[in-house]
Design a protein around this ligand. Structure first.
Ligand SMILES: [Zn+2]
Length: 236
């Protein structure tokens, strides 16, 4: 604490008036509704299934459930900062929504930032997290404008997640915890700064142990909120 920092009472709600969309990837009943989630939807530069089941950890934790549990921790931390938080699904018992709908929820809410929370199903020997940034999708009008701010969001998220969780950058893909993709509907169709985080590798025993720990999940949710805060306070 230095003399120039404002008192905690005023800096507690630094995100008042800002809307953040948190997208917990997949959904708990996706696996029981293959026709609904396999339906193809337009993602700007092609078509992809509406949604997928996600992966399962080597400890038996469903990815959709992990994503949900971290999302509600992130929501709690963001609300404490004064943000309005919109989730793309309201529990872990439903089907979908489709990836295009998830992007449109962020767009319709004019989110200052949108973060999709996932966990990866990588090679068992690979560890760590990575943040996926949207690449250029010229077929989607206006998408170019979100590529640079999304990269800033992703870098802020990467720094906060590493500090907040103690996890390292993914050892099995990406570059220093960042990857760029143009095949994901949620990022391709975004018109607001948007990234996806693969919070760890569920097929790796050490990562899976962390992801089963409620205290670690709380740190992960808080770290995601901190990354969003840092991005927004730096000017978005
Ligand atoms: Zn996923």
């Amino acid at each position: 604490m230095t003399a120039t920092e404002p008192p905690a009472a005023t800096d507690g709600r630094v995100l008042a008036g800002r809307t953040v969309v948190i997208d917990p990837g997949h959904n708990g009943a996706n696996g029981a509704h293959p026709a609904a989630i396999n339906r193809l939807v337009a993602i700007g530069n092609g078509r992809k299934p509406c949604n997928t089941t996600g992966t399962t950890s080597v400890r038996g934790l469903n990815e959709s459930r992990f994503n949900w549990l971290v999302a509600i921790q992130a929501r709690r931390a963001l609300r404490a900062l004064g943000a309005t938080v919109v989730l793309t699904r309201q529990d872990d018992r439903g089907v979908g929504p489709c990836v295009d709908r998830r992007a449109r929820i962020a767009n319709a809410n004019r989110a200052a930032a949108a973060v999709s929370i996932h966990a990866d199903g990588g090679p068992p020997g690979g560890r760590g997290f990575h943040v996926i940034l949207p690449g250029r999708v010229p077929q989607v009008a206006g998408h170019d404008r979100i590529v640079a701010p999304s990269e800033r969001l992703g870098r802020a998220l990467r720094a906060a997640f590493r500090t907040g969780t103690g996890s390292g950058y993914a050892t099995y893909l990406g570059r220093r915890g960042l990857d760029v993709r143009t095949d994901l509907g949620g990022l391709n169709l975004a018109r607001v700064p948007a990234v996806m985080i693969e919070s760890g590798n569920m097929r790796n025993a050490a990562d899976a142990a962390r992801m089963s720990d409620p205290a670690w999940r709380r740190r992960a949710g808080r770290a995601i909120a901190s990354g969003i805060r840092d991005f927004l306070l730096a000017g978005g």
